[in-house]
Design a protein around this ligand. Structure first.
Ligand code: PAF
Length: 294
């Protein structure tokens, strides 16, 4: 595995691969790699000849009171994991390489609407930081395919819209959330949980699943389902940020045109903010009819 920390050296290596006709899949990460990331890498390997992984903890997507300094930096352990997966190229730039004129001077990429709801409401500017760095990384790597996890479902939707709106010639591929045996979605932030919080954490996924089951059974009072779920989370010891039943494509309220529902939640356990989501496909004619007749 070759590791590069400058755009120029990375791009020169990738030019060589391209000249030999190799296709390139890209997995952007902030490091502290866990099985969820490695599943993205495995998917990338199945899709293209060369896999490029980036590790860059992007300060632009952290709010002033968020955990940027505490965010785990584990480069040598990450390298070993990527090497074991057969990744050919690791791109691990420093801050100056990505923001040479500083972050305040950086041109920003902003996806309207989708970026302002759900996590965007409680983390203002977060998704502008994500789309800005992802578009820079896309321009640097110029992959054929980029792989993202469904755990960050809003991020995935926003990146898809950005790629479409800006006519970026990149296929965005989604990979299902990797979970621990008790259902907790794999996340770098799980490492912050103490034993008691770790025991409570799977309730987030259980609550999402119960909500999905209720909808699948025809219960269509979404406001009631959302507030019941928030109550369950509170009782379990979470401080819920949001619990929302939305159209999976628009992330807006479910309508009769909705083909797939996404149920998304964010909740804090102590200082740790966990997010998760589940989806439910609707057959446009029969399922919606069932919901509407409720
Ligand atoms: O999902 C992440 O790890 C980050 O938001 C990303 C996509 C690498 C951008 O910094």
């Amino acid at each position: 595995m070759r590791t590069y920390s400058t755009n120029a050296k990375l791009q020169s290596a990738l030019r060589d691969f391209r000249q030999k006709g190799s296709s390139i899949a890209f997995v952007p990460t902030m490091g502290n790699l866990h099985q969820g990331h490695l599943d993205l890498v495995r998917k990338a390997k199945r899709l293209c000849d060369v896999v490029v992984v980036s590790i860059f903890v992007n300060p632009l997507q952290f709010g002033p009171n968020e955990d940027l300094d505490a965010y785990p930096r584990t480069l040598s352990a990450d390298k070993e994991k990527l090497f074991a997966e057969g990744v050919q190229v690791l791109y691990a730039p420093g801050l100056e390489e990505i923001y040479p004129e500083g972050m305040a001077a950086q041109t920003q990429v902003q996806v309207p609407d989708l970026g302002n709801t759900l996590c965007g409401s409680s983390r203002p500017g977060h998704f502008d930081g994500v789309t800005t760095v992802v578009s820079k990384l896309f321009n640097i790597v110029q992959p054929d395919v980029a792989v993202f996890g469904e755990k960050d479902f809003q991020q995935l939707s926003i990146v898809r819209k950005m790629v479409k709106d800006l006519c970026m010639p990149i296929e965005i591929v989604a990979v299902a959330t990797t979970r621990d045996e008790d259902g907790l979605a794999k996340s770098s932030r799980n490492g912050y949980l103490n034993d008691q919080q770790r025991n409570i954490a799977p309730v987030l996924h259980q609550t999402l699943n119960s909500c999905r089951e209720a909808i699948a059974c025809g219960f269509d009072n979404f406001l009631q389902l959302e507030s019941h779920a928030r109550m369950k989370l509170l009782q379990a010891g979470f401080e819920p940020d949001y619990f929302a039943i939305r159209d999976a494509r628009t992330l807006l309220a479910v309508t009769e045109d909705t083909e797939e529902i996404a149920i998304l939640a964010a909740a804090r356990l102590g200082a740790t903010r966990l997010i998760d989501n589940v989806k439910l496909g609707l057959n446009p004619v029969s399922d919606w009819g069932m919901l509407a007749d409720g």
